[in-house]
Design a binder for this molecule. Structure first.
Ligand SMILES: NC(=O)C1=CN([C@@H]2O[C@H](COP(=O)(O)OP(=O)(O)OC[C@H]3O[C@@H](n4cnc5c(N)ncnc54)[C@H](OP(=O)(O)O)[C@@H]3O)[C@@H](O)[C@H]2O)C=CC1
Ligand SMILES: CC(=O)N[C@@H](CCC(=O)OP(=O)(O)O)C(=O)O
Length: 335
């Protein structure tokens, strides 16, 4: 069994990693950390795991963790991971970081996050549909942000084919994307029966979307606007793409089918949040607006699974030569 540790096990992403890993047939969670809950059983924080996982939270101690793990998921806030990861790597471990610390080159990180990077090492951007070959041999994987996962997967085939010049991404996220710490914006009366746009032209995830799509075609121009909707899980992304030559439905379908051939978690299927909730699928559909240069592509993911914990386990599977579906091949939770 692969021995796995989780740093930041009390958070939403840490909890989702535990939920998925406790039924993974080839990996076993041997360490889970929390500063606030050290010494307490995991089910004190995650009652859904009662009877499934006999583990206690431990303090964050990279040298103690090193003896018990082969791979560690760092599920801590951005800015915190870069202080933990070097000790883990020096101890010979592989790391999949869930924060934003290892997704961008250090200079780009510093300008987007307005923070000095403490560990500017080369890493792999862990979007398996684009970078599986690099993930196989990576020591540190920067697991993508939830919005970038949805946005990049929605548009990558058209961008790579060179048929779009400009894309406007409009994304709607469930509130679990904000993490477990309560705040005014996550307070129930402010979320329920409400939709809130935020960082309308300036969201930090634009740089990740830019990085990945412009690597496929550096002429493409990207715009991104996020919203929070009264839902717990899920991100629905509507991409308005402007094409530079007329395309038929069959041609667009062929572009998507070819780009995602052999990618089990991409389904060309009507996207709804319910159909992907709890699953690692990204469902995608498109429609060409007749008589215009606009094509609308819509995707749905679960931010906690394909947008974080599930995608990270997909990366782990690839790093260790397991079938990438191992432990995460499951349906969504429709009504
Ligand atoms: N929520 C989502 O949908 C997604 C989140 N992410 C990213 O994943 C990471 C975790 O997110 P999420 O679970 O939502 O966040 P939470 O705020 O819910 O959890 C954060 C966890 O990190 C621990 N922690 C906080 N500060 C430190 C520190 N300095 N050193 C060590 N541990 C620390 C906390 O536990 P304790 O204080 O007990 O140590 C807690 O377990 C973040 O970087 C987030 O941006 C990525 C994709 C999607
Ligand atoms: C709804 C909500 O607040 N979403 C978060 C993104 C969550 C996420 O996964 O992003 P990182 O991994 O980069 O933190 C936000 O807008 O900052």
């Amino acid at each position: 069994m692969l021995r796995v540790g989780i740093i930041g096990g009390t958070g939403y992403v840490g909890g989702e990693l535990l939920r998925l890993l406790c039924v993974h047939p080839k990996a076993e969670v041997t360490v889970v950390t929390s500063r606030s809950h050290a010494g307490k059983p995991v089910d004190a924080m995650h009652p859904n795991l009662k009877g499934l996982l006999d583990l206690k939270f431990e303090d964050v101690d990279p040298s103690a963790i090193a003896h018990k793990c082969d791979l560690v998921f760092t599920a801590v806030p951005h800015g915190a991971a870069m202080n933990v990861v070097p000790g883990l790597v020096d101890a010979g471990l592989k790391v999949i970081d869930m924060s934003a610390d290892y997704r961008l080159p250090a200079d780009v990180f510093e300008s987007v996050y307005n923070k000095k990077h403490a560990d500017p090492r080369p890493t792999v951007y862990g979007l398996p549909e684009l970078h599986a070959e690099e993930v196989k041999n990576a020591t540190v994987v920067g697991n993508p942000g939830c919005y970038p996962t949805g946005a990049i997967l929605t548009a990558a085939p058209l961008v790579a084919a060179g048929v779009v010049d400009r894309i406007v991404f409009d994304s709607k996220s469930g509130i679990s994307g904000s993490g477990q710490e309560p705040s005014e914006t996550t307070h129930y009366p402010n979320v329920a029966e409400n939709v809130r746009p935020y960082n309308i032209t300036t969201h930090r995830h634009k740089s990740e979307i830019d990085q990945e799509l412009r690597a496929l075609n550096n002429k493409v121009k990207i715009h991104f606007t996020p919203h929070v909707i009264p839902s717990v899980r899920g991100i629905l992304t509507t991409a308005h793409a402007f094409i530079n030559k007329p395309l038929t439905d069959d041609q667009v379908r062929a572009i998507y089918n070819e780009f995602y051939a052999g990618k089990p978690f991409i389904r060309m299927s009507k996207p709804t949040l319910a159909n992907v909730r709890g699953s690692n699928f990204c469902d995608i559909a498109f429609e060409i607006e007749k008589g215009t240069d606009r094509i609308v592509i819509v995707s749905a993911i679960d931010n906690m699974v394909k947008g974080s914990a599930g995608e990270a386990i997909q990366n782990m599977n690839i790093m260790y030569g397991f079938d990438e579906r191992t432990g995460i091949w499951m349906s969504g939770l429709p009504p």
